[in-house]
Design a protein around this ligand. Structure first.
Ligand SMILES: [Zn+2]
Length: 510
């Protein structure tokens, strides 16, 4: 597999020689030496000191001029269809009150009127800290003839004007703010675009991700996406590797077809594999539905004060057993500490491994259990930046063990980072920045004791590859700066010069 560059023989695809690279995790910013990296047959074939040696004629030579070469990035938790849609929606995430959100709607409708009958869909509101109530009347005052649907940042609520309420069968709803199942039904309905349109938008989103250095995603879209991804790859969306998750409603079909986590989906050139079996066991922090040992502050004594468990223990064990015995590795959504404890109990009883998605609030006694059971903590650091004020209020006194990434790392737990796009942007540098700095918008770091080392964050974004090594797959990212020494702001706006997937450029700005 490896040999000197001058021994290069004929190969099927044209080899690429990246000259004058600095290797992320190997070189320090002050180092003067450079390496040349030969990519052949989809792999890193040779790494040797830059010496200006000649190359065979069929090698494409790209001079990196001292740029940084590192392993390509993964986003381990994405809802890709939602992200493709949200990228095109009115962004109302900056609204700090219901009135402000309504005024963004009004501005948008005045500046770019919609065709008659077309609804306006917005995304990203967070009402947990608003002093005023989101009401249908507030939207009616600005929406005129246009049905307006605003989807909350965590996807668990929707806020509609009267026209949209009527269109979705909630004409007599008192406030216009729908939660959970009713909200999901509306957000599903407004997301119903044609397959062809959605595929096109997903293709755009995939190219945009590659332009940020992404080589792969775990797609936890709530539909059976294995076949859809095969279709998209066949139609030319080849910028990413995709692990396509399976939800409980599709478990029967997946098992009947013999799909196992890690299987390559035929006809996708190895790009699409079967992902984990996702199961959701509680709600979210912002809607106070994450299942917690202690009541949410201010709700003590209420019936839902501890949040919601969506599975009882027996049902969860049965589900995990069925999935794992069919070769599907579980990915268990658990946000509250009670949900995490219960998920660990069930995973331990079944003995199947897998991941816990989110793991936002943990009983310290459970840290060692993650490690002992080999359960991956699949976390979304930017959520902590979005939710720190909500957590300080609703989980007051508990935030020292929330988003506890350093405690997890110190306990020997394998971390993987993700965005949960559309909740946060599909940009792993944002996740890495949040994990390493725990700060945003010029604020002081939030629980800085839970910051993790840049190296740890990078490895948690690359499937554990902390540097480029000879013999490894040529999924690579070229950056203008060293991500291991970059500041928070530098990471968030890190310039990605190129991304390669199995030695092929999926993004190139060189
Ligand atoms: Zn998710």
């Amino acid at each position: 597999m490896t040999g000197p560059i001058s021994d290069l023989g004929p190969a099927e695809a044209r080899p690429v020689l990246l000259r004058n690279a600095r290797l992320t995790g190997v070189h320090a910013p002050g180092d003067a030496d450079r390496v040349d990296v030969l990519l052949r047959d989809g792999h890193v074939a040779v790494i040797e000191p830059s010496a200006g040696v000649g190359t065979a004629a069929d090698v494409e030579v790209v001079d990196l001029d001292g740029r940084w070469l590192g392993p390509g990035l993964w986003d381990s938790h994405v809802h890709m269809d939602q992200w493709a849609l949200v990228r095109r929606r009115l962004d109302v995430s900056s609204a700090r009150s219901a009135a402000e959100a309504a005024s963004l709607v009004g501005e948008r409708l005045r500046s770019r009127p919609l065709a008659p009958g077309q609804p306006l869909v917005g995304y990203g509101f967070q009402d947990a800290l608003w002093a005023d109530e989101p009401t249908r009347a507030l939207l009616d005052a600005v929406s005129g003839d246009v049905p307006v649907v605003l989807v909350s940042k965590d996807l668990h609520s929707v806020w509609l004007d009267s026209r949209a309420l009527a269109a979705h069968g909630h004409g007599d709803h008192p406030t216009g703010l729908l939660r959970e199942a009713e909200a999901f039904a509306v957000s599903t309905a407004v997301s119903a675009v044609s397959e062809r349109q959605l595929d096109e938008w997903v293709g755009e989103a995939a190219r945009a991700a590659a332009a940020r250095g992404v080589v792969g995603i775990v797609d936890l879209e709530m539909t059976f996406s294995v076949d859809r991804w095969a279709r998209r790859v066949a139609a030319g969306t080849t910028s990413l590797r995709v692990r396509a998750g399976v939800y409980p409603q599709d478990l029967d079909e997946a098992i009947a077809r013999g799909l196992r986590t890690g299987d390559v989906v035929p006809g996708t050139d190895g790009l699409v594999t079967v992902g984990p079996a996702k199961v959701i066991t509680d709600g979210s922090l912002g809607t106070r539905t994450a299942w917690c040992h202690d009541p949410y502050v201010g709700t003590e004594g209420d019936p839902g004060a501890h949040g919601v468990a969506t599975y009882d223990r027996e049902a969860l064990v049965a589900h995990l057993r069925r999935a794992s015995s069919a070769g599907l590795v579980p990915a268990v959504h658990a946000i509250g500490d009670a949900a995490n404890a219960s998920a660990l109990d069930a995973l331990e009883e079944v003995g199947c491994g897998g991941s816990i998605e989110h793991a936002q609030l943990l009983d310290p006694a459970d840290l060692a259990r993650f490690a002992r059971l080999g359960i991956v903590a699949s976390v979304q650091p930017e959520h902590a930046m979005d939710d720190r004020d909500v957590a300080d209020r609703l989980w007051a006194g508990r935030t020292g063990r929330s988003y506890a990434w350093e405690s997890l790392a110190a306990a020997g737990v394998r971390l993987q980072l993700g965005s949960d796009a559309p909740v946060a942007p599909l940009d792993p540098w944002v996740a890495i920045a949040a994990a390493v700095w725990r700060a945003r918008d010029g604020r002081d770091p939030w629980h800085p004791e839970q910051r993790i080392a840049a190296r740890t964050a990078l490895a948690a974004s690359t499937g554990g590859r902390s540097r480029v090594e000879a013999g490894s797959v040529a999924d690579l990212v070229v950056t203008e700066a060293d991500p291991l020494t970059a500041t928070d702001a530098e990471l968030r706006s890190l310039v990605v010069s190129a991304t390669l997937l199995a030695g092929r450029f999926t993004h190139r700005a060189l």
